[in-house]
Design a protein around this ligand. Sequence first.
Ligand code: MN
Length: 231
Amino acid sequence: MSFVFQPMPVVSVPVVGQAEQFPVHRIYCVGRNYEEHAKEMGFTGREAPFFFLKPADSLVVVDAGQTGHMPYPSLTQNLHHEIELVVAIGKGGKNIRAADALQHIFGYAVGLDMTRRDLQNEMKKLGRPWCIGKAFDHSAPIGPITPVAQAGDVNHAEISLQVNGVDRQRSNVAKLIWNIAESIEHLSAGWELQPGDLIYTGTPEGVAAVVQGDRLVGEITGLGSLTLDIS
Ligand code: MN
């Protein structure tokens, strides 16, 4: 097959302990999935999970031991960090039951759902799509994927984010409103999941702004750390 121009390369993420890369298909994100974060955003109670997407090429891929670089994005005065556990799908499917979800998971990674909060809030107010607040270039930094067998008990892992060495977010994956398996059940009712899909599972409380020159270090027990400089 020939193309009218060179197709974009496949976006991929390194895998801990092996040379082969994980090729990315789609990036799904779960909204307001920790109670204390839902409250800080002005919501209470257990609502049904909802989803948004980011383009695969919005990833900023940061290999183990390296420091990633994110250019401060245009149009915003309020760029927020959201530290998140990322689930990497290895086997696709639709209408996956929570009880069967684990067999669809390839591994896990540390990710950041970077958000132009001022633009997202404006879109919320107007009842418009969140794309400009959430799905912009470089909005999805991610560390290497740890295969399930090496990841430990991710469902009870500590999750944290420091900015310039100071704690901003610290919680536990056990506090997810919709846990990993339940999120996969709900998501796969709406879309057929494919190998290569990534799911950003939501952020705990403590989201706040970063500025040029800040260094972010996110960590999830068992999955290592993700270091990102904002330039
Ligand atoms: Mn998020």
